[in-house]
Design a protein around this ligand. Structure first.
Ligand code: SAM
Ligand code: SF4
Length: 351
């Protein structure tokens, strides 16, 4: 088995979540994809020509996505992360943030964060912060311009770096940097990326590459594992494990005694499924219990059906959350013979 045995995730303080699955895992975290489109074409995510985009009339309007989020928050969601595709390509992203920040759950408003390639952060970091965004994760896989071009198929390294600096200046802390480690591509930059982050007060996170690319090119033997990443880091830094991981996907280490940390998200070699507290809403309104789920629950059909008024719609949306969770599996089974990559690429699910 590649998954660890299910155990109930510890409930944080506050009102218990009503979103508890059959393995006892309370769900607190909703990842909302604002669009499946993107300004980059990262090789591990999309083919050079992109993927067939979702039809525009199938995308949730802002009213619709805020409504689904409001129902989730009323059921116990306390953290919302905006993602995509590239979430900053959504023209009204600042308004989306403002409206989500105004939601009230049993424990108050949700925490709001965003995962982005940062290209639009120089212009948007301040307005997003003012609208209620609390922090960002920025994807940066290399510090080398030519590699950046090869990896993302766009010459935009300077814009990403400017976006990171803008996030920092706007106070979107802690600024986290995500890198997917790839053999022969950027695995020799693990130490340089960590130094870059530590020097600027950012938190570095390495991600094991997952079978979610639109081109279906993932190869486990080529994947750089957590063990390899830690070997490289240990040659340059003293790493001490940070205790108290909770439901966080990254396992963290203090770098040279701290306070700087470096993390690894070992979704493949050390899955954290047993503590997973995440649900996902795609840009076209499908609720998913897992990145690797093969089933989805359609909220768009509920939102667009004209039957019984707002209360009835909210009740049906609440049922959609419960139904989605009822189908959640113990783990993702990557590496098992029965594993099948989901039809949707990462960019259309929301990473
Ligand atoms: N465009 C934004 C960005 O790149 O940050 C948000 C969406 S992106 C799909 C979210 C995260 O998923 C990024 O950190 C990216 O590196 C990661 N990602 C994409 N494809 C992946 C894969 N096949 N394996 C592991 N992580 C992946
Ligand atoms: Fe775009 Fe993010 Fe995918 Fe890169 S990882 S192609 S930035 S969605």
């Amino acid at each position: 088995m590649t998954t660890t045995a299910p155990r109930p995730a510890a409930e944080a303080g506050g009102t218990p979540s009503r979103l508890v699955d059959r393995f006892g895992r309370p769900h607190r975290d909703l990842r909302i994809s604002l669009t499946d489109r993107c300004s980059l074409r990262c090789t591990y995510c999309m083919p050079a020509d992109g993927v067939p985009w979702l039809p525009r009339d199938e995308l949730l309007s802002t009213d619709e996505l805020v409504r689904v989020a409001a129902v989730g928050v009323s059921l116990g969601i306390t953290e919302i992360r905006l993602t995509g595709g590239e979430p900053l390509l959504r023209p009204d992203v600042v308004d989306v943030v403002r409206r989500l920040a105004a939601l009230e759950g049993p424990d108050g408003p949700p925490e709001l964060s965003l995962t982005t390639n940062a290209l639009r952060l120089p212009r948007l970091a301040g307005p997003l912060r003012d609208a209620g965004l609390q922090r960002v994760n920025v994807s940066l896989d290399t510090l080398d311009r030519e590699r950046f071009v090869a990896l993302t198929r766009r010459d935009r390294l300077d814009d990403t770096l400017a976006g990171l600096a803008a996030a920092d200046a706007a106070g979107l802390w802690p600024v986290k940097v995500n890198a997917v480690a790839m053999r022969g591509v950027n695995d020799d930059e693990v130490v340089a990326l960590t130094r870059f982050a530590v020097e600027r007060g950012y938190q570095m996170r390495f991600i094991e590459q997952m079978p979610l690319d639109g081109g279906h090119t993932w190869d486990r033997t080529a994947m750089v594992s957590q063990a390899e990443i830690l070997d490289r880091l240990s040659a340059a830094f003293t790493l001490t494990e940070v205790p108290g991981r909770g439901a966080a996907p990254a396992e963290l280490w203090f770098v040279d005694g701290g306070p700087a940390t470096v993390g690894v998200i070992a979704s493949v070699t050390a899955p954290f499924c047993s503590a997973c507290d995440r649900l996902r809403l795609t840009a076209d309104g499908q609720l998913r219990a897992c990145l690797f789920a093969r089933t989805e629950v359609d909220t768009r059909v509920v939102l667009r059906a004209d039957d019984g008024g707002p209360d009835a719609t909210d009740a049906l949306l609440a049922e959609a959350f419960v139904h989605c969770l009822a189908g959640k599996k113990a783990g993702h089974d990557i590496g098992e013979p029965a594993f099948v990559q989901p039809d949707r690429p990462m960019s259309a699910i929301g990473g």
